[in-house]
Design a protein around this ligand. Structure first.
Ligand code: FAD
Length: 469
């Protein structure tokens, strides 16, 4: 009897403990991907990107003589039915850590055990399990630096190779067709605009990692803050779907460090930020949905999406170039430079006094590297409501930030077309991507600020002081 490997956001063959263990049993292996409520609930861009990833992964399995069976419905129903149909002896999967997945997986495990089937979950989508790092008092870390001190000494097992064989069952269970799922339906700007920026699958991800450690890591510590420079790994897109494992990135970083490459430790620290986000989400899942610090419930956030300022922010016409450049980069490429994520977030939550949840949701709609833990932590950090957050009174000035981090305007010129004699192709592509009803044109003059930098800062600080924070 076969082993079912339930594939989720772990679209890789190498360093995949569940596939590895299934292969090691010597039994036939049936990989299955399930379109359940968690998939249906994704934002437009992550769902579209997931569809591309699943298609690509199915082809990688096919190249090994295996298949990816697609089914839709509640995971517990799909898996119990599959076990009955195939007579499977076990179901294996890689652990996920967001509360929705944990809840679902707990139910699946119980139902499978009731059927007398082996149900096994494996570690490997994180460097280490979120419960395995503890403070001296036995609690979880709420501050990054001590977390990093603990993390850096943690033993990260060497990545596993891809399974040598994935024996096929005598007959494959029926599956659905990916096209029928229409995972790209909400992604109207999809194929034409964002696709050229996508790097799909395990091999591309390994290529990115290789190129990063070969040529970018040495200057990473300095260059990672400059959005006009291609100085970061861009691996978040692949990490978010598990097309590469964090352990593979970690060990490549460690090797680079041993070779004396300057920025390697900073890279490891960034991987640890991802880990910290998961650590926080695991121990305090409300970070996804409400102010992590209770006292922020009293803050007078605007939560009305219809507000003119919110529209201007989403449509990237706030009149602040660094902010608009970032939002346009995200709309066109499905990603945004980390420095600029902080700037657009600060402008929304401080200058515009809007709830960070509005920004969190818009990022979830637009990012191809969307990650529940990193996105929530990022927004609460920017807003000041999260653990180890930037204090609310530290309002980023998007003009001086631009002068500091984009001194030659390479970034804003790449993304802002208005007022330029010969705008870049990227800047123009934004206008091809957006809906006509937004009424924007590259030929228009660049808009005035919806809220001026100084005025917004004063308003934010007085709202903060009035609340007696
Ligand atoms: P690199 O600089 O090459 O870093 C390597 C890896 O480290 C990244 O791929 C990522 O996995 C991890 N990492 C780096 N910085 C962070 C960070 N601050 N927090 C957590 N992990 C980090 N990242 C996402 O992956 N998905 C999101 O949805 C997301 N939303 C964000 C929202 C806000 C408001 C902010 C401020 C940050 C957000 N980040 C998110 C974190 C960060 O911006 C991206 O991980 C980074 O820009 C990805 O680019 P890169 O792969 O080139 O990173």
């Amino acid at each position: 009897s076969p082993i079912i490997v339930w594939i989720r956001r772990d679209l890789r063959l190498s360093d995949h403990a569940a596939l590895h263990a299934a292969s090691a049993t010597g039994r036939p292996v049936i990989p299955v991907f399930i379109r359940d409520a968690l998939v249906d609930g994704l934002g437009a861009a992550p769902k579209w990107r997931l569809g591309l990833g699943v298609d690509h992964f199915a082809k990688s399995l096919a190249a090994k003589g295996s298949r990816l069976i697609l089914r839709s419905g509640p995971a517990v129903d799909v898996l119990t039915a599959l076990v009955r149909d195939t007579g499977a002896a076990g179901v294996y999967w890689m652990r996920a850590y967001d509360p929705g997945s944990v809840d679902r997986d707990t139910k699946v495990k119980a139902a499978l055990k009731d059927l007398g089937v082996e149900a096994q979950s494996f570690a490997g989508n994180l460097l280490f399990e979120p419960w395995s790092v503890q403070t001296k008092q036995g609690g979880f870390y709420k501050v990054y630096t001590p977390f990093w001190r603990a993390a850096r000494t943690h033993d990260v097992p060497a990545p596993l190779p891809a399974p040598k064989t994935l024996p096929a069952p005598q007959s494959w269970p029926q599956g659905e067709a990916l096209e029928d799922w229409h995972l790209g339906r909400q992604m109207r700007r999809g194929a034409a605009v964002v696709l050229p920026y996508v790097q799909l699958g395990e091999q591309a991800a390994q290529g990115r990692l290789g190129a990063f450690v070969a040529s970018k890591v040495a200057d990473y510590a300095d260059q990672r803050n400059l959005p006009g420079v291609d100085g970061t790994s861009c691996l978040s897109e692949n990490l978010s779907l598990g097309e590469i494992s964090p352990a593979q990135c970690w060990h490549a970083g460690r090797r680079a460090m041993e070779e004396g490459k300057q920025g390697a430790e900073t890279f490891l620290k960034e991987l640890a930020w991802r880990e910290f986000a998961y650590h926080l989400m695991w121990h305090s899942p409300h970070i996804l949905t409400s102010n992590w610090r209770e006292e922020w419930q009293a803050f007078p956030w605007n939560e009305d999406e219809r507000l003119a300022e919110v529209k201007a922010w989403k449509q990237a016409r706030t009149g602040i170039r660094f902010v608009d450049a970032g939002l346009r980069e995200m709309y066109v490429t499905g990603r945004m430079h980390n420095r600029v994520r902080m700037i657009v977030g600060s402008y929304l939550t401080k200058h515009l006094l809007c709830h960070w949840k509005i920004g969190q949701a818009w990022f979830e709609e637009c990012l191809i590297d969307w990650d529940p833990a990193a996105n929530a932590m990022g927004w609460q950090w920017v807003a000041g409501s999260g653990p180890d957050a930037s204090p609310y009174f530290r309002v980023f000035n998007p003009v001086t930030q631009r002068e500091k981090f984009d001194p030659d305007r390479a970034y804003v010129d790449r993304w802002i077309a208005e007022g330029r004699k010969s705008p870049s192709a990227e800047a123009l592509s934004y206008f091809d991507a957006i809906p006509q009803r937004w009424g924007m044109s590259a030929a228009n003059p660049y808009p005035d600020p919806v809220v001026a930098v100084d005025e917004g800062r004063k308003r934010a600080l007085s709202a903060y002081e009035n609340k007696g924070f």
